[in-house]
Write a new protein. Structure first.
Length: 69
């Protein structure tokens, strides 16, 4: 496991400055997509409508069965 980790760390150290900047841009975009957008646009629909896990699972099963397009 250590050899694999060292392989990736060494590869990152030997990258050009441009490559490192591109990876930084990718990381920032992922943080925005999965962190910030989830907080504001994707509400926790199941927790707002249903009280327990059984009700949630029934809703999901019904939606999967009834909404086959």
């Amino acid at each position: 496991m250590k050899r694999i980790l060292d392989f990736y760390i060494d590869g990152f150290r030997n990258m050009s400055i441009t490559s490192k900047k591109l990876w930084l841009i990718i990381a920032i975009k992922l943080i925005i997509m999965f962190g910030i957008l989830k907080l504001f646009f994707f509400k926790d629909y199941l927790n707002e409508r249903y009280d327990n896990e059984e009700q949630k699972s029934e809703y999901i099963i019904n939606e999967l069965i009834n909404n086959k397009n």
